[in-house]
Write a protein that binds this ligand. Structure first.
Ligand SMILES: Nc1ncnc2c1ncn2[C@@H]1O[C@H](COP(=O)(O)OP(=O)(O)O)[C@@H](O)[C@H]1O
Ligand SMILES: [Mg+2]
Length: 361
């Protein structure tokens, strides 16, 4: 198909002198029908969205040229009746409609009348691909309901235990009180952690993540991370650190790299088993860090899902946001993360980050 899509030059546009001149340039599909309902403009994007060449549509009645249906399968043009209908109507706000093949499309229409309450002299319809937005909106809605659910369960326990403590304080043993207060305390921590993580998610999704680069000693960072866990009463021999070869000077956001490693190690301990090995090595001018464990690993069919929000294979107290955030933080550094089977059997998360240069360079 060449440039003869639009039918915009041959004066077949009685109502709108020149109005269609830029229709081809618009990012949306544009269809214009004249006062009789014949299609006079059908731009390239409309042809693409409706999967119809312009010459099969131009000159035909718009109702036959591109039928649209509402969610109940009713013919939209019949329902809305642009040329009949109320004379006060000048437009249709954006709505999701369906094409004959079931694809969703966002449609907006304007009813141009040459005088108020006059007859429609031109119907201008813009069309936009809705699949992207529909997917996005669904994931938004899922997010809201998941977050609500995640917040509700710890709050339910906080509420239940504080109510019990208040109502039965005198009748509870010291041990019962301590147990309830500990649970409340842990649940409050969980809510706080969840909210902190949600804020990270929101920063990642809106692209507001700021990377403050400084010289980072990756092996040193790993060593401190392990020391911290050992100080918190974990067995020292559960961890191993391997550093291969000289690393280049790495300019990274130290806090975020620490957060990434801490998350991966925490996962290896919590979801994996056996020895947790951190391997740090040079990689394409930057560095690669692998965190391996000896647990069950990640099932191959779950691999594409592990980095998604709220994905977790079993409920083990986590939020399912950790790896999503880790991936976002790594990508903000220009790096990548993958998961595979570790040589020792468990999961191996490996990320690479470019060495980069200081911000001012
Ligand atoms: N080292 C690992 N071994 C096995 N499964 C893992 C490992 N790391 C992560 N997973 C799986 O991936 C899921 C998502 O991890 P993550 O996003 O950190 O969420 P969370 O740790 O809060 O559950 C985990 O729930 C777990 O099922
Ligand atoms: Mg985690």
């Amino acid at each position: 198909m060449g440039g003869d899509h639009a039918g915009e030059r041959d004066g077949a546009d009685p109502g709108g002198a020149g109005a269609s001149l830029s229709a081809e340039d618009l990012p949306d599909g544009v269809v214009i029908a004249d006062r009789t309902g014949r299609v006079v403009v059908f731009n390239r994007m409309a042809a693409r969205l409706l999967r119809r060449p312009a010459d099969s549509v131009l000159g035909r009645d718009f109702r036959d040229a591109f039928p649209l249906y509402d969610a109940d399968g009713r013919n939209w043009w019949k329902c809305s009746d642009p040329y009949g209908g109320l004379r006060t109507r000048t437009r249709q706000p954006e709505r999701t409609l369906f094409l004959a093949d079931g694809r969703e499309i966002l449609m907006t229409a304007r009813y141009v009348r040459d005088e108020p309450l006059g007859a429609v002299v031109r119907l201008v319809v813009t069309l936009r691909d809705a699949s992207h937005r529909a997917r996005w909106e669904r994931s938004r809605a899922d997010l809201v309901s998941t977050v609500a659910h995640e917040l509700r369960s710890p709050l339910t326990s906080v509420k239940g235990f504080t109510a019990t403590l208040l109502a039965k304080w005198g009748r509870l043993t010291e041990k019962q009180k301590i147990f309830m207060l500990e649970t409340v305390n842990a649940d409050a921590d969980r809510v706080t952690r969840l909210i902190t993580e949600l804020l990270s998610v929101s920063r990642i999704e809106s692209g507001r993540l700021e990377i403050r680069r400084q010289l980072v000693d990756l092996p040193d960072l790993a060593r401190k991370l392990i020391a911290g866990r050992v100080a918190a009463d974990e067995a020292e021999d559960r961890y191993r650190l391997e550093v291969h070869g000289p690393l280049p000077e790495m300019w990274l956001d130290a806090d975020k790299i620490e957060q990434i490693m801490a998350n991966l190690v925490e996962n290896a301990v919590r979801h994996g088993a056996g020895t947790v090995t951190i391997v740090i090595e040079p990689h394409e001018g930057g560095a690669a860090v692998s965190v391996r464990d000896e647990g069950k690993g990640i099932a191959p069919e779950a691999v594409p899902r592990v980095f998604r929000r709220f994905w977790r294979s079993r409920r083990r107290g986590g939020t399912g946001l950790g790896l999503f955030i880790v991936k976002g933080l790594i990508e903000a550094h220009g790096g990548t993360i993958t998961v595979c089977r570790a040589p020792s059997g468990g999961a191996e998360f490996r990320f690479t980050v470019p060495a980069d240069t200081p911000e001012f360079a």
